[in-house]
Design a protein around this ligand. Structure first.
Ligand SMILES: [Fe+2]
Length: 143
């Protein structure tokens, strides 16, 4: 089942909302690739590793933003990101060693469930710090 962005996922800061939307799009691409191809296809491998990389880059950007905005309990938040990254990396590694649909679906399920819950329950409440800090600030587009 594809993952959909909804307004309740907004953290009130455009560059982080964009990241989250990109991540969900990326996951949907992984799901499409899995539905349309064998689990061991080149396309699945490419998208899966792309999702992994984007997730890590996003966490770094989000943590920087939260640090700048003075969000509380950042260490706890960081630890949650690390926990997910470790589990996802293990699956990505397992997949590259022996590509199969089961591992790729496990990766997809982990990321899609975790991210949806995490954005709503852990990121959105930080809007109270992020929004005022970023109000009117210019964030250069990523290259
Ligand atoms: Fe987060």
């Amino acid at each position: 089942m594809s993952v959909k962005w909804r307004d309740s996922m907004s953290v009130g800061v455009a560059h982080l909302d964009d990241d989250h939307q990109q991540l969900l799009d990326y996951l949907n691409r992984l799901e499409d690739a899995l539905l349309n191809n064998a689990g061991a296809s080149k396309q699945v491998a490419q998208v899966l590793l792309g999702v992994m990389q984007y997730t890590e880059e996003h966490f770094e950007r989000e943590e920087q933003a939260m640090s700048a905005a003075g969000c509380r309990d950042l260490e706890v938040h960081r630890a949650e990101h690390l926990d997910l990254t470790t589990k996802a990396r293990d699956l990505a590694h397992k997949y590259t060693q022996a590509p199969d649909g089961e591992t790729a679906w496990a990766f997809y399920d982990l990321l899609s469930n975790w991210l949806t819950n995490h954005i709503i329950q852990r990121d959105v409440p930080e809007a109270r710090y992020l929004k005022p800090y970023y109000a009117g600030r210019y964030i250069p587009a990523r290259s």
